[in-house]
Design a protein around this ligand. Structure first.
Ligand SMILES: [Zn+2]
Ligand SMILES: [Zn+2]
Length: 138
């Protein structure tokens, strides 16, 4: 279980995991945001530590890196149930979308294309609620 593996993490890495978990599911934070928040709590912490911690946490499946086509930066979220993402091309916000490909789709795609599919990343894009409600600016 992840909780057992967390015990073997260096202190600093565990701290970064805490920072991410406290921001909660559904939040996607850039390295810059994670760094600022970590720094606020632990002024001595350096950039390299944050990068190393994120790499390690992703390797261990405790954190997921979310790369959205069109977004300037990768974001990170604590590992949770599988979901898709919605990317707002207006303001750049990323939201969770409760969607997975129907059971069997990946299997039949793999068969048809003679490949082994080991992951899926689904992103939708468009305009978020805030941008839709905002008065048009030209
Ligand atoms: Zn928006
Ligand atoms: Zn997400």
């Amino acid at each position: 279980m992840p909780s057992m593996r967390v015990g073997v993490l260096p202190k600093n890495h565990r701290f970064v995991l805490e920072v991410l978990r406290e921001s909660g599911l559904g939040r996607h934070r850039t390295v810059g945001e994670i760094f600022a928040e970590s720094r606020r709590r632990r002024p001595g912490i350096g950039h390299t530590t944050i990068y190393r911690a994120l790499d390690r946490l992703c390797e261990m499946d405790l954190v997921r890196e979310v790369r959205v086509p069109g977004a300037a930066y990768s974001t990170y979220e604590p590992m949770g149930p599988p979901h898709a993402h919605f990317y707002c091309t207006g303001c750049g916000s990323i939201e969770d979308v409760d969607y997975r490909l129907p059971e069997g789709v990946l299997g039949s795609l793999a068969e048809r294309h003679h490949v082994a599919i080991t992951g899926e990343t689904l992103t939708f894009d468009g305009r978020c609620k805030t941008c839709l409600e905002a008065p048009a600016t030209i």
